[in-house]
Design a protein around this ligand. Sequence first.
Ligand SMILES: Nc1nc2c(c(=O)[nH]1)N[C@H]1C(S)=C(S)[C@@H](COP(=O)(O)O)O[C@H]1N2
Ligand SMILES: [Mo]
Length: 344
Amino acid sequence: MFIHSKDPLESVGGTETPEDVYLNRRKWLRAAGFAVGAGVLGGGGYLGWRSYRGSDEAVIQSGRSVGNETVEIAPEAPQLSYEEQLLTSYPATRDERFTYGRYETERAEAARYTNFYEFSSTKLTWRYIDDFNPYPWEITIDGLCRNQTKLDLADFQKLYADDMVERQYRHRCVETWAMAVPWTGVPLANIIKAADPLPEATHVRFVSFMRPDEAPQQQTDEYPWPYVEGMTLAEATNELTLLATGIYGQPLLKQHGAPIRTVVPWKYGFKSAKSIQRIEFVNREPGTFWTTLMPEAYPFESNVEPDVPRPWPQNSERMLGTGEILPTQLYNGYGDYVAKLYPA
Ligand SMILES: Nc1nc2c(c(=O)[nH]1)N[C@H]1C(S)=C(S)[C@@H](COP(=O)(O)O)O[C@H]1N2
Ligand SMILES: [Mo]
């Protein structure tokens, strides 16, 4: 029997129900290692928002009145901390077009069974992730595009505040486990549009971080670090593809790929790279982490296809938590959105 040394949700986050958004925010900040409350803010300075003494919620409301109460702004109030700036994006509006068609996976079940090879090749990556410090974070968008940029994550969230959505998606790992979880993020198509790719750009390449000091498995050369993934430009701009910063209405737990990752729900899970630092437009199919390691099992395209063994059978899947076995659907059930990308 395995004895857990701590709660997987502790690696950032809490166990509250959605009603406790206020508490959630405080807990997330604490779990992320940040003191909560007035006087400990600062270090931000990106947005010039003001905070109030004694009310995080007021901080999040950024200078407007809260409920019926008018709250006074302290004259020299400190600015929002970096993490508090990130929290202002939650919760995002739910995109009601997407439903699971099955039970939502419990937050703790998803959090304690994750693939994140930078930290461990077991599923208990939350036990190996304490040294990972994803804040602050910069993301570079470059390669074959007209508007190359380097964006701080808090600035990114501010820039795309109106595009942030919550979507309930099914997730299918090639190992045949599956889950159904709500992601918060921005459709990648919006970011690609802003980058304005050149006509010769055919693919998008996603590069995760390289920090051997924080990620134990990056100290070995068993794997081709950093983790790299890729998609065609058409796949990357499909409306399903998200650049996600959150899960279950909160910023991503570290083990889910904090602070920013892709979510590509019609492909096997490994196509959704975690903790991305660079998005690059290229003019050929890029080499990827898993294709480099095992090309037969993990070809570049890797759509969910129940009739194609990879190399083990892929026609059924096991839900995290409940253990329920369900039949696997072509494109993970997202054919209405993506079948057009793959004409027979
Ligand atoms: N950087 C990085 N991204 C990664 C992985 C990884 O090991 N490293 N594992 C992938 C695999 S195999 C899956 S199934 C999903 C799992 O996402 P989750 O752990 O948040 O459920 O992340 C993918 N993204
Ligand atoms: Mo996976």
